[in-house]
Design a protein. Structure first.
Length: 458
């Protein structure tokens, strides 16, 4: 009986400790990684590095000089040489280390073995990044960072640079308008597309940038940000009046560039290779970001008169997409579907949108519209997004690279509050003043507060 009591006294605390570790791993994976997962994975990596590299085919035969040195100093068997490993750097989400590749190896060889390395070292994922010729960085992620998104403290921020989401490798997904001027964002209802747009507006509202919105859903998506918007169109008729004004603003900026550089007034716009960023800061026009929500509404037409208005609007959007970057005008086009079936000019406009973000969609054809022409393999990743994870998306660009991202939750009330506090930063653009949205005023003279919405279920 005493032996059984002793066994119970010992096993009881161990069972409690194991249960606590399992609970922490499920509910607080970051804490579990820092306390348990990190030491275990580091020990596995250090203890099995050579054998794992050999099993993955990442070793090479040693040089003749090294083989002779081993024979002369020891009686050990001459084994293949793995890539030279650098110092292991622990992070809050995983591990980082650099490898110096052996002669004849390339980064693609290591990337092809990423899944094997993940299982061998017991981590959630392994990502490979090319640092410089002959050196790659392995980023080991200890847990699923997209399940509960926490943006990194250090992210690349600046004018027209917005850390809007988290990548699956635990780095920030930065929307850089000067690098990728125009973007297409697709997503079905409740996919998190509005949350992505909300983050963009919130970050840009705190910068010296003019924000212009076209929201054909009577403004329900962009109206809460009215204090910070320079212009807002809430139906196709208003959009048909706003777009020509933006085109004229773009042409005026081209004239300014010509005058500053001494180019003859008759020079065609497409022959101008400079942009507003080459102008002195005192003469530089303020950047303009145009948000188009539910772009399909601009393409719908019921009568011949509507078709004429639609063709004119599409032509103006294409002009802004083709020539707007040099004039500091950037497009953020959002919708549920966007393809040739919308009508004339849809495919041409989509070709000008360099960046692509695809949230959960209702069919494979919608995913192909967003990603099929730039990264065909990303289409399957977009189709596999579950409805239980709003905000999860696949981001790519015309370079062919893509990754999974997820936007953290941000309430509409908090986003609207940021826009109200930054209302004084609305730039002075007389051409857009007639389209400035009216801001509701409360009893005290301040903008009326918004009700806090119900958060999306995780």
């Amino acid at each position: 009986m005493s032996d059984w009591l002793t066994l119970l006294e010992v096993s009881g605390p161990l069972a409690g400790l194991g249960g606590g570790a399992a609970y922490t791993r499920a509910r607080h994976p970051g804490v579990y990684w820092s306390t348990v997962g990190l030491p275990i994975s580091a020990a596995r990596l250090l203890g099995s590095y050579g054998s794992v590299m050999e099993a993955c085919g990442l070793t090479v035969q040693p040089s003749r000089l090294r083989a002779l040195a081993v024979k002369a100093t020891t009686r050990r068997e001459i084994r293949p040489v793995p890539p030279r490993r650098g110092v292991i750097r622990p992070t809050s989400t995983g591990l980082r280390l650099r490898l110096r590749l052996a002669p004849g190896q390339e980064p693609a060889d290591v990337a092809a073995s990423a899944e094997r390395l993940r299982h061998a070292w017991g981590v959630h994922a392994v990502y490979v990044r090319d640092v410089k010729p002959g050196v790659v960085e392995l980023r080991l992620v200890g847990f699923d960072v997209l399940r509960n998104v926490r943006m990194p403290r250090k992210a690349d921020r600046g004018l027209l640079k917005v850390p809007v989401a988290l990548r699956e490798d635990a780095t920030a997904f930065v929307r850089d308008y000067r690098t990728i001027p125009h973007q297409l964002t697709l997503g079905a209802t409740l996919s998190g597309k509005s949350m992505y747009l909300r983050h963009l507006v919130t970050w840009l509202a705190q910068q010296p940038v003019a924000l212009v919105g076209i929201d054909c859903k009577r403004g329900v998506e962009l109206a809460p940000f009215a204090p910070r918007l320079s212009a807002l169109a809430t139906d196709p008729h208003q959009a048909a009046e706003l777009l020509p004004v933006l085109v004229r603003e773009m042409e005026d900026r081209y004239d300014l560039i010509k005058a500053r550089q001494g180019i003859a007034p008759g020079t065609r716009d497409e022959e101008i290779t400079s942009d507003i960023w080459g102008l002195p800061e005192g003469e530089r026009p303020v950047p303009v970001v145009l948000f188009v929500d539910e772009v399909a509404e601009l393409f719908l037409a019921a009568t011949r008169k509507d078709e004429e208005r639609r063709d004119e609007m599409v032509t103006q959007l294409i002009r802004l997409a083709q020539l707007g970057r040099a004039a500091g005008i950037y497009l953020e086009v959002c919708g549920q579907r966007f393809g040739a079936e919308l009508g004339k000019g849809a495919t041409m406009l989509r070709a000008q949108l360099t960046g692509r973000v695809c949230h959960r969609v209702n069919d494979e054809a919608s995913a192909k519209m967003a990603l099929g022409d730039i990264a065909p393999e990303a289409v399957y990743a977009a189709c596999a997004i579950a409805p239980e994870r709003p905000g999860l998306a696949v981001a790519g660009d015309t370079s062919g690279g893509w990754s999974r991202i997820r936007t953290p939750f941000l309430s509409l009330a908090d986003a609207a509050e940021v826009c109200r506090e930054s209302a004084h930063m609305v730039p002075d653009l007389p051409t857009l003043e007639p389209f400035r949205p009216a801001v509701p005023v409360g009893p005290t003279g301040a903008p009326a507060p918004l009700l806090k919405p119900v958060p999306l279920a995780e």
